[in-house]
Design a protein around this ligand. Sequence first.
Ligand SMILES: Cc1cc2nc3c(=O)[nH]c(=O)nc-3n(C[C@H](O)[C@H](O)[C@H](O)COP(=O)(O)O)c2cc1C
Length: 170
Amino acid sequence: MQKRLDFSEVIKGKYPEPVAYAVATDGDGKANPITLGWLMQTSHIPSMFAISVAPQRYSCDVIREAGCFTLVFPSSGDAKQALYFGTKSGRDTDKIGESKTRVSEAEVIDSVIFDDAAANFECVVIDEMVTGDHVIFVGKVVAAHCNTEKTDRLYIVAPGWKMGGVRAVE
Ligand SMILES: Cc1cc2nc3c(=O)[nH]c(=O)nc-3n(C[C@H](O)[C@H](O)[C@H](O)COP(=O)(O)O)c2cc1C
């Protein structure tokens, strides 16, 4: 049986939702991460991701101007870090520097990769479109990096940006 309700009520049932960061380098050379819940893989060959960024975010301008970003899959223990990157703005904060996050230079694009993340994907922006109140950037993957230790991804598991790991039911 189904019951018709407001979208904002029904969408509360979407969890878990994967978390990622898009990291792009601004005009001052500062790598700035934004926490995202709205993203998806859109193609395997070539490999592509779409990310959805609100136009008022500092990251929206930075990603557009940089033309590339790293898509980071944080690990399941990174909830505090994800909340920090998702509540501070790169307009007035050096999020990576202040949080002492361990990063290395990306290999192909002008960005960084996160040393302790579950995975990192270096992406070149190949398309952009406005969808309602967000902007979708389509990134083509030009390099992919995986943690050498087995590391689970981080998810939003409940409303209010509650985050943690998710395990398959055996
Ligand atoms: C768990 C979580 C998920 C988020 N998902 C998105 C998202 O998909 N798109 C978006 O534009 N902002 C999202 N945000 C909000 C941005 O991360 C936040 O506004 C951030 O401070 C923007 O940083 P910037 O100004 O440096 O770009 C999310 C925040 C959190 C905590």
